[in-house]
Design a binder for this molecule. Structure first.
Ligand code: PLP
Length: 353
């Protein structure tokens, strides 16, 4: 009896905790709590959004529009759908990594059921014109999904104002725990579940909830939006200081992505005549942690699909270094980084010749 009572109380508390987290997420992106579905990660949210919409609407049409620079969570999902008979248009991006609204509108066909364009790119930081994409989607009565995994905590997202129907996020990208994500689906938008089992998450995502993760995600998103302006202003100033310092002190470099329209903490710069892996190795020796083409593709020697889509020369793509600034960084860190970077690049270039 005591055990049973305990169980009921815990069940009730758990439900309350999950609901509270759902409300916190909803507040951050301006939607209703019941429009939020918790998942295990950003990739799962992307899968659930895109497959869920495609399977539900396959009678209406089988055409999806996305871009060439999406995260594998979206790209590989689209490739799987292609093998299942769906048709996918992968939009080009310009040299700054931005899609063309004109090309997007031209790609729309009678059988288009979904547009999936990421809010901000994880490698080059470029932010897409989400509100304008939302307008186009609405005008043509097509559903719009955006992978906002990089944007949450760095860019203000308003799903109502931006006409977004589905939005993916992942807690560990905004200082929350790993192994938990969320998907927003606008009320009234029907989608198929992709995982069968119990009736959790209003029967859309079977499996016992990751309570600790969900509560952590809720706390993290609340914190991220508490000091939003100050935090992101600081990141922008660190990022711009780093970029100008590198351009001033190191010859033959090229900024990848848009100079202004980019994620506050992201700086991706190519160093001609050096290899990313060598740079990363030497920086690591100095206690500096950065990444090359893509964090998810370490060990993969070919230049990233994102950098290649920008049309930059392969020799520049191979020397790309992505630096991400965060909560704990300050101006001294940037000075230390630039000082070491200029020495390392100088030495590596000398070895090459
Ligand atoms: C990290 C990332 C993902 C994947 O998120 P996980 O939680 O690691 O699955 C998806 N999209 C973008 C843009 C990302 O940066």
């Amino acid at each position: 009896m005591v055990m049973l009572l305990q169980c009921i109380v815990n069940g009730r508390e758990t439900k309350k905790a999950i609901h509270l987290a759902r409300e916190k997420v909803a507040k951050a992106i301006n939607c209703k709590a019941k429009e939020i579905y918790f998942t295990s990660c950003g990739s799962e949210s992307d899968n659930l959004a895109i497959k869920g919409i495609c399977y539900k609407n396959k009678e209406k049409g089988n055409h999806i529009i996305t871009s060439k620079i999406e995260h594998p969570g979206v790209l590989h999902t689209c490739e799987t759908l292609e093998r299942q008979g769906f048709e996918v248009t992968y939009l080009n991006v310009n040299s700054n990594g931005c899609i063309s609204l004109y090309e997007l509108e031209n790609a729309i066909k009678q059988n288009t059921i979904l547009i999936s364009i990421m809010t901000a790119n994880n490698e080059i930081g470029t932010i897409q014109p989400i509100k304008e994409i939302g307008k186009i989607a609405k005008k043509h009565n097509i559903l719009f999904h955006t992978d906002s995994v990089q944007a949450i905590g760095n860019i203000k997202m308003d799903v109502e104002e931006m006409n977004i129907d589905l939005l993916s996020m992942s807690a560990h990208k905004f200082y929350g725990p790993k192994g938990v994500g969320a998907l927003y689906v606008k009320e009234g938008v029907e989608f198929e579940k992709i995982q069968d089992g119990g009736h959790q998450e209003r029967d859309k995502r079977a499996g016992t909830e990751n309570i600790a993760g969900i509560v952590g995600l809720g706390e993290a998103i609340e914190l991220a939006y508490k000091d939003f302006e100050t935090y992101n202003k600081k990141l922008i100033s660190l990022r711009d200081y780093y970029i100008t310092q590198v351009e001033e002190k190191i010859p033959n470099v090229k900024l990848n992505g848009d100079r202004i329209n980019r994620l506050p903490g992201n700086a991706n710069i190519s160093f001609e005549g050096v290899q990313s892996e060598e740079l990363l190795y030497k920086l690591d020796e100095k206690g500096i942690c950065a990444s090359g083409g893509s964090a998810c593709s370490t060990g993969n020697p070919s230049p990233s699909h994102v950098l290649m889509s920008l049309g930059i020369e392969s020799k520049m793509a191979k020397g790309a270094l992505r630096v991400t600034f965060g909560m704990e960084n300050n101006k001294e860190d940037v000075d230390y980084l630039v000082e070491n970077l200029s020495k390392i690049v100088y030495e590596l270039r000398k070895e090459e010749n």
